[in-house]
Design a binder for this molecule. Sequence first.
Ligand code: FMN
Length: 271
Amino acid sequence: MSDFLELAKTRRSVRTFDGNPVPASIIDELKSYANSITNPYGINVRFEFLIGDENKLSSPVIFGEKMYIAALMEPGKNAEEAYGYAFQDLLMKAHEMGLGTVWIGGTMPRDKFEKASNIASDEVMPCMSPIGVAAKSMSMKESLMRKGVKADKRFDFDKLFFIDSFESGLTEQKAEELGLQKALEAVRVAPSAVNKQPWRVVVIGDMAHFYVKHDRGYDNGKYDLQKIDLGIALYNFESQLKSEGKAPNIEEADPGIALPNDIEYIVSYRI
Ligand SMILES: Cc1cc2nc3c(=O)[nH]c(=O)nc-3n(C[C@H](O)[C@H](O)[C@H](O)COP(=O)(O)O)c2cc1C
């Protein structure tokens, strides 16, 4: 498999589409891929492919789209991480197939999408994505949105990733010596809600420990969008290592190190 990072670097959120429906054969391929998706937690994530016109669906930030994928889960321990991991798997497959997507967790008429997805009483639908071919140029609204959240920028490597403790930033050079530069870069380029980039990783020996840096306003009591961001990061990290022929193993192994404010342990990879 070629480097996952190369694929991850060519992804960006797409909010302006060419106005054409996605061919049925491509949707069928994506549906069968969706059915094969698993996640490290073994938690069920359900995907619904929704035709816009049939369900009168739209979003104020998206233009020219004909179809959406909604993703649903039952809230619970690690459900958000499983959800982020699984939906990112599907959206990266769509990207690989030449389709544009964007995670939408806020800017949508949620009740319409939930109804169209036949949401069960014990389910939630944190996010959906439109799916289609990107238009040749972005709408004015999309360009402004990207500027507003500095969508083309990410924090420096050593502000997101650390070695031994949160006191010492990990340089790209050191990460390369450890064989982790590309996997961590695949995390750095990942999408996140409002581009907050809440993922933090501390490397200690042969373990990479993942944490979330909480901002206010992302946890609605049923799910935390920033833990979904963490699930996306886990998927990107693992996918890059696998594409290098490695076999990272996910484990709960909190090293119990001192934590800065608002930081919470999520999970670890043995690498
Ligand atoms: C969980 C999640 C929720 C998001 N919700 C929205 C949303 O409601 N509306 C929107 O326009 N973009 C949304 N985004 C897209 C982010 O704004 C985008 O990923 C970020 O600005 C980085 O830009 P990029 O994806 O082009 O790299 C969301 C992303 C994630 C991961």
